[in-house]
Design a protein around this ligand. Structure first.
Ligand code: PGA
Length: 249
């Protein structure tokens, strides 16, 4: 595990974007596992900037998103398909046919999960998986308590997650209660993983993920067992390491 500390969100975003761009340069047709949420926004802005400067090319890149709310169409502004289009895909030269996101409108859960797992396998697996971390330690929508061996599945979102994500909706009642998410097994099968975290709200989750026991109670703790993980986080997210006397990196 390689751990990099950044001063603030801006620097965290640049460092994380550097790792993604290194992957894209080394393998122009890389399969990127992408994430939504507040954390990756700065990373995507940086990648777009480098793309406009001619330093990055998405022409052969394939992308597989982690998750999607069940019941939302790709045109719904709260959907993750919409988020990815607005915040990255529409601003770079990725080909639409190389973009994969679970279909939130598919009612047949088994069918959608099998379809998504077979897409990931068909692409030869994920080269670099970008992850945020939930305040409850979740990765993707793999909530505390989920078995580590799950692949794509339909998740019932925890109250913590619904509360955290309510900021993107008019009210808590509007947050979908279910989502399709790739599983811990899909994430752990990625050849490399980049977890980004910013701010003190993530400090306890990050501390437990990296220094606590490996347990489904903190889904991100499984990353301790992966042999190619980059952690990039800012001072706020690492604040408990300092307080509790743990070395960073
Ligand atoms: P955030 O979410 O980036 O919006 O903080 C991260 C997550 O829940 O995985």
């Amino acid at each position: 595990m390689r751990i990099y500390q950044a001063h603030d969100y801006h620097e965290m975003s640049r460092k994380a974007a550097n790792i993604i761009s290194a992957q894209m340069i080394m393998k122009p047709d890389a399969v990127l596992g992408l994430a939504t949420g507040s954390t990756p926004l700065g990373i995507y802005r940086q990648l777009i900037d480098w793309y406009h400067k001619g330093d990055l090319d998405f022409a052969e890149i394939r992308s597989v998103n982690l998750d999607e709310y069940k019941g939302l169409s790709a045109d719904n502004p709260q959907s993750y398909a919409y988020f990815m289009r607005a915040n990255l895909f529409s601003q770079v030269n990725i080909r639409p046919e190389n973009i994969y996101i679970p279909n939130g409108l598919e009612e047949d859960i088994e069918k959608e999960c099998l379809r998504y797992n077979s897409i990931i396998r068909g692409l030869g697996g994920i080269d670099l998986q970008l992850l945020g971390i939930g305040t409850n330690g979740h990765i993707g929508f793999n909530e505390p308590g989920e078995a580590f061996e799950t692949e794509t599945h339909c998740v019932r979102l925890s109250q913590d997650t619904i509360r955290a994500n309510a900021r993107f909706f008019d009210s808590m009642e509007d947050v979908p209660k279910h989502a399709y998410s790739t599983g811990i097994k899909n994430i752990m099968q990625a050849k490399s993983i980049l977890l980004a975290a910013s701010g003190e709200a993530k400090a306890e989750a990050l501390y437990q993920a990296l220094c606590g026991p490996i347990s489904p109670a903190v889904p991100a703790s499984i990353l301790q067992l992966h042999n190619n993980v980059y952690i990039v986080a800012d001072e706020g997210a690492f604040s408990l390491f300092r307080e509790r006397g743990k070395r960073i990196g």
